[in-house]
Design a protein around this ligand. Structure first.
Ligand code: C2E
Ligand code: CA
Ligand code: CA
Length: 469
């Protein structure tokens, strides 16, 4: 960790960030950053790197179906259960099998290259059997409900492929009662078809909408815009997270339609803000990898702005770092055209792509959004501090604006502010809001001023407030 911190505070900003990220990639800092607190297993990022490194292979996923219910029943039970499951898996699987705790309710097994597909399905069957045996945990005996899935991943865009595999398992589970008995990947086409149908109906029936999360400029104490975030309230599936449905949209033929819908809706809804007296705010819209494949994206953006009579400075396009570096030459041409319109471009989830400083050099963009992973607990984690400091220094050196996303606590905000970051987004300031409540948030300057105040007095005020609640 000390080495990482040292690298990150010496030399040119760009070189520093590159070295800090390379050190992360080598795994020293990542080992503590990417381990699940209960099971000690590596988490999502190391899995993505493994898939990328192997160039594809077979992935097994185990989903704990009633995990949330168990945790409500007894919060400490969740961790104990995960520890017991991890021990059982480690005892029964060959030592070379790689286990990852992808998120709370999912464990993944990386079987490696596709030759092992048959072996993988045998092993996954055995795991399902073994985990079905009741477990004694404290004074409880628990019979776990799980579902499993095997997916073949080709190693391209592993993060998207992983999210898609998780989404497919979650959809298979939601439709388990109507699904056939065969292995999960036999039902893939049917699920995709059903999903596409649902989503088409959702678009037609107004089930998709956008929420707006305020973007804060601490230097002048005001909201300078909002990020449009998609929501799908499905009567059949409930509230589906965009993190789940966007990757599936990408895999179906709907990406263009949904992307255009979001662009058009965001610009239309946000063009009303000025008339409401909210000033010149800008709206940030997420653009997916699929949309970037279209040569006419700049024309579509231009046309949409004209249709709503908005100037180009009104819009910011957000593109994740991993998408931007996949086809860098293409991306750089397209981004240059978008910027030539006067629309600004932000690189989203910065720091998670690891690869990319040299490739990012080819791209021109206006803003970096530091990923939430490095913002969480930045006030007390040395490794995150080194990364954030490097990113802020890099951005300053290149004349690029920087925004920290996912700020949840005042201390995180205060640390970042003290270290030169002025733009923020996160639950600490506000969650994503309905279009109708966004205006009220912007108008409440006093509440924002209180959140923005740092220093001992402000800390004391907020502490005494929370004590009297
Ligand atoms: P993103 O672009 O990184 O968006 C930020 C995500 O972080 C949002 O999740 C937001 O609700 C969440 N967030 C904001 N502040 C905090 C915080 O303080 N703590 C925590 N824990 N989370 C915070 P959401 O809305 O679920 O969106 C997830 C992802 O789905 C987005 O990540 C984006 O990649 C994608 N997405 C959302 N809307 C669209 C869209 O219209 N088009 C495309 N292509 N992708 C979208
Ligand atoms: Ca975004
Ligand atoms: Ca982000």
């Amino acid at each position: 960790m000390d080495r990482l911190a040292a690298i990150a505070t010496e030399g040119e900003p760009a070189a520093r960030l590159h070295d800090a990220i390379a050190a992360l990639e080598r795994g020293d800092a990542a080992r503590s950053l990417h381990r699940h607190s209960a099971t000690g297993m590596p988490t999502r990022e190391p899995l993505i790197r493994q898939i990328q490194g192997d160039g594809g292979g077979v992935l097994g996923i185990i989903r704990f179906l009633d995990f949330d219910r168990l945790c409500v029943f007894d919060p400490s039970l969740g961790d104990q259960l995960l520890i017991a499951v991890a021990a059982r898996l480690k005892a029964m699987l060959p030592a070379e099998r790689l286990l990852y705790h992808v998120d709370r309710a999912h464990i993944a097994i990386w079987f490696g290259p596709v030759e092992s597909a048959v072996l993988a399905s045998v092993e996954l069957g055995a795991i399902e059997y073994a985990l079905g045996e009741p477990m004694a945990i404290g004074s409880h005996t628990i019979a776990l409900k799980i579902s499993t899935r095997l997916s073949e991943l080709d190693g391209k865009e592993p993060a998207t492929a992983l999210t898609r595999a998780l989404a497919q398992l979650s959809m298979a589970t939601a439709t388990a009662d109507v699904a056939a008995d065969g292995p999960a990947w036999d039902t893939e086409e049917r699920e995709r078809f059903a999903f596409e149908q649902d989503l088409r109906l959702a678009m037609a029936g107004g089930e998709l909408r956008l929420c707006y999360q305020p973007l804060i400029d601490a230097a002048n104490g005001r909201v300078f815009g909002a990020e449009a975030l998609m929501r799908w309230n499905s009567p059949a599936r409930g509230a589906v997270s965009p993190a789940l449905f966007i990757p599936v949209v990408e895999a179906t033929g709907l990406a263009d339609e949904v992307g255009l819908w979001a662009l058009n809706t965001a610009i239309r809804e946000a063009s009303g803000w000025r008339a409401k007296g909210l000033g010149d705010l800008r709206v940030a819209v997420n653009v997916s990898g699929h949309q970037l494949k279209r040569d006419d994206l700049p024309t579509l953006i231009d046309r949409t702005l004209r249709r709503h009579a908005r100037p180009p400075e009104f819009l910011e396009i957000e593109l994740t770092e991993s998408v931007a570096v996949v086809d860098c030459d293409r991306a750089s041409r397209l981004l240059a055209k978008i910027r030539a319109l006067g629309v600004s471009v932000a690189i989203d989830d910065f720091g998670t792509g690891f690869s990319s400083l040299s490739s990012l050099r080819k791209l021109t963009f206006d803003k970096i959004k530091i990923d939430r992973e490095f913002v969480a607990d930045v006030d007390r984690r040395k490794d995150s501090q080194a990364i954030c400091q490097s990113i802020i220094a890099l951005a300053r050196g290149l004349g690029i604006r920087v925004l920290a996303e996912g700020v949840e606590r005042r201390e995180e905000y205060a640390w970042l502010r003290q270290h030169g970051c002025d733009r923020f987004q996160g639950f600490y300031f506000s969650p994503p809001l309905e279009a109708s409540t966004f205006a009220a948030f912007v108008r409440d300057g006093e509440a924002l001023a209180e959140k923005l105040a740092v220093g001992p007095r402000a800390m004391l005020r907020s502490l005494s407030k929370s004590l009297t609640l």
